[in-house]
Design a protein. Structure first.
Length: 416
């Protein structure tokens, strides 16, 4: 549905032309509407606003619940797919055949090639030009060119078809053919809006006509139809006698007459509450087996035991003695023996403070000689005496020294 609500359009030229002034117009779905008027009446401006090519100065345009004046620029192409347009000068591409002109409308919206091959021949067949698919516009008559333009407008399946002076360049015969074609399109459910100043076409078609003058709607046959429908309600003739109402006295008497007493409705008899059956409660609460059921249960158990094979008794394993892990004494290694002998030699022996390691003695000999003023032998006679005493106290190390190789003995002698 299309609704123009208080639409005004003023151009910002020097004269500030007011093309539309407070237009209110509603077009229902499936209607066939003629918009007529002289040049400058505002017909073309109305179409430009409807297509979103211009925005109104005031008011709103609602198309299927969408406010066209508030649409963003990027959403206009998708919105315009609702419309198919037919123009007075056909606007066909001269270098394209009739087929290519119709297919161009499909390629613009990105339709796949396989769908184009199906829809274009169908659209040309609807306007009766399936045999002219390969003809160029210069090879077609004016009426045929206009039918190609109609096929191009219909190929995308629009909801609204707008024809701006579609018969302006056609003769009477072609005009009738084009208008008959538009009427057949309207019969399929498409809303058709035709802008024209051809009064003869308007009269022959007998459709709704909206006449515009100076940017305003001067008349609308929808209004006239509503007025005629209101006038069609005939008033009551004067020669018909109406029955007079009954006298007021009789009405008063009727009111004074006592109304017949209504018989009192019998009171509902309460239904007796069911008595509680104690035996039922006892039986319900007694969960034990009924008499005779024990024998049945025993019989069932015996039957099950008869058909159930005997299960072997579980094997009892003998008790095992506790696990005892034997301790194994490993032979003592040579290194361990040597370490033990060394520890026994060193047990209870404390080295004098004056005895220094041979390597440390060689490194610090000069420093000790300078500071202590000692002799060239840093150990001195006391050190030698202390060593002899240690050898006398521990005879075992001396025996061990005797067992050492000769090379080690010589080395030890040199060291001593």
């Amino acid at each position: 549905m299309i609704q123009f609500r208080q639409i005004s359009k003023q151009y910002n030229d020097g004269a500030k032309t007011l093309a539309l002034d407070g237009v209110d117009l509603s077009i229902r779905d499936g209607e066939f509407v003629f918009i007529t008027g002289d040049s400058g009446a505002g017909k073309s401006t109305l179409v430009k606003l409807l297509m979103g090519m211009e925005k109104p100065t005031a008011g709103s345009i609602i198309v299927d619940g969408v406010n066209v004046a508030q649409l963003e620029r990027g959403k206009l192409p998708q919105y315009r797919r609702r419309f198919g347009c037919i123009y007075q000068d056909f606007q066909l591409l001269s270098d394209f055949t009739a087929y290519d002109n119709v297919a161009f409308a499909q390629r613009v919206i990105g339709t796949k090639a396989k769908n184009i091959k199906k829809r274009v021949p169908r659209a040309l067949a609807e306007v009766g030009l399936e045999e002219k698919a390969k003809s160029y516009p210069s090879q077609l008559s004016g009426g045929e060119q206009q039918r190609v333009a109609i096929a191009r407008a219909l190929v995308n399946g629009p909801l609204y078809l707008i024809a701006d002076e579609p018969t302006g360049n056609l003769d009477r015969t072609n005009t009738d053919e084009v208008m008959a074609l538009l009427e057949s399109v309207n019969n399929t459910g498409t809303t058709v809006i035709v802008i024209t100043h051809d009064e003869q076409v308007v009269e022959r078609m007998g459709k709704r006509v909206v006449e515009m003058k100076s940017g305003r709607i001067a008349s609308d046959t929808a209004w006239l139809a509503a007025e005629k429908a209101a006038e069609s309600v005939q008033p009551v003739p004067d020669n018909i006698e109406l029955t007079a109402p009954a006298p007021a006295v009789e009405a008063a008497k009727a009111e004074e007459a006592p109304a017949p007493k209504a018989e009192p409705e019998p009171e509902p008899v309460p239904e007796p509450e069911p008595e509680e059956d104690e035996s039922y409660v006892q039986e319900t609460l007694d969960l034990g087996p009924a008499p005779g059921e024990e024998e049945e249960i025993e019989q069932v158990v015996m039957d099950l035991e008869a058909i159930t094979p005997p299960q072997p008794e579980p094997e009892v394993l003998p008790e095992l003695p506790p696990l005892v892990v034997p301790t194994v004494e490993l032979p003592e290694s040579e290194s361990a023996k040597k370490s033990k002998r060394v520890s026994e030699v060193l047990k209870g022996w404390t080295a004098p403070v004056e005895i220094l390691d041979t390597a440390a003695e060689e490194a610090a000999g000069d420093i000790l000689s300078e500071e202590a003023g000692a002799s060239e032998d840093p150990a001195g006679p006391e050190t030698a005496a202390g060593a002899e005493t240690a050898e006398a106290e521990s005879p075992e190390p001396a025996a061990e020294a005797a067992e050492l190789p000769e090379e080690k003995k010589e080395g030890g002698a040199e060291h001593a």
